[in-house]
Design a protein around this ligand. Structure first.
Ligand code: MLT
Length: 326
């Protein structure tokens, strides 16, 4: 069976790779699947829906969002690695799924050589949030309460290697506070439990927490950046709040299977860049506390280079941390 799949893939690659191949030329001729490696309703899912809805306009074909969850997002990425290199299966992911997971899991695929980068997407700082009924209003009060707690504070994550998990590991390393990580299939279900007071805290993407913070259903202490978030300027930075230098920005991106023809990657890239240039899309992202990538970072090569530099930066810390699998 594997041999047949391999032969089909080779035949496809040859067919697709032939210059000006009909397949590449009339891409897309049918619906495209964007695989979200986390639960519906979470930050990655929200970004996928905003991007794909606007990319549909440029590409003339609709997208279907497929949430393939589990193992810190590595199952969803694997689904795309195994897909045909024809542009019809796109992976959305981020620092966790396309960098950290390579140091956390035996993936069975290579994050750099088995995927082709398409475009860097918006990014956002993390935010330290807790359930409302913790007797703390400021970050120093929260840290004191967490330190004094007789049992390890319970922190929700989207699984080992996810953005919220590596942010939690980083928080442990800068505060010396040992956390008990509870894995969910995304930060959307984790947020439900934080609002319900079932877990104590999250180091979450601002874009996922901002609505609950505004609704007053959870409490925010600081964003992990040197500057405040424009659409949530009442939340101090970690520098201002008493944890100087605890900075982490979670960036996202789009990838396709390796061997996808350059013309198809270029078409997907152009549609994504056009989407991020659309004022309606920009406003939606900015409302969520997301920052657009710089103009000079929008080529597929720029994402490839950035991913490699982040791998070099994060893998040593992650490999040194004794990470417990879910
Ligand atoms: C999600 O969409 O649930 C998040 O991106 C998960 C995470 O990495 O924290």
């Amino acid at each position: 069976m594997r041999v047949v799949q391999g032969l089909i893939r080779v035949a496809l690659v040859v067919l697709l790779a032939s210059p000006g191949s009909a397949v590449a030329e009339d891409f897309p001729s049918h619906q495209i699947t964007m695989v979200v490696p986390f639960s519906a309703g979470g930050p990655t899912d929200a970004m996928a829906r905003i991007m794909s809805e606007r990319m549909r306009v440029t590409l003339g074909q609709s997208f279907v969002i497929e949430n393939v969850t589990g193992a810190g997002g590595s199952l969803g990425v694997g689904r795309v690695v195994r897909a045909a290199p024809d542009g019809y299966t796109v992976s959305i992911g981020h620092l966790g799924t396309h960098v950290a997971n390579g140091a956390v899991y035996k993936l069975g695929y290579d994050l750099v050589t088995d995927l082709a980068p398409v475009v860097l997407l918006p990014s956002n700082p993390m935010v330290i949030v807790s359930r409302n009924n913790i007797p703390a209003k400021t970050l120093p009060e929260l840290l004191a309460w967490l330190k004094a707690k007789p049992t390890p504070p319970i922190a929700g994550t989207a699984g080992a290697g996810s953005g919220s998990h590596i942010a939690g590991l980083y928080f442990e390393s800068v505060t010396g506070i040992k956390l008990e990580f509870v894995p969910y299939r995304g930060t959307a279900p984790a947020m439900n439990d934080l609002v319900a007071g079932q877990i104590d805290l999250m180091i979450d993407q601002t874009s996922n927490s901002i609505a609950q913070v505004r609704a007053g259903t959870i409490r925010a202490y600081a964003v992990t950046d040197a500057k405040r978030v424009d659409s949530a300027s009442d939340i101090p930075t970690t520098d201002e709040a008493g944890l100087p230098g605890f900075h982490m920005t979670l960036w996202s991106g789009l990838w396709v299977p390796k061997d996808t023809p350059g013309e198809i990657v270029a078409r997907l890239n152009a549609a994504a860049v056009e989407a991020m240039g659309d004022p309606v899309v920009r406003q939606k992202f900015e409302q969520l506390g997301l920052e657009m990538p710089d103009q000079n970072q929008l080529s597929p090569e720029a994402l490839g280079a950035w991913q490699k530099s982040e791998i070099a930066k994060w893998w040593p810390m992650l490999k040194a941390a004794d990470i417990k699998m879910d």
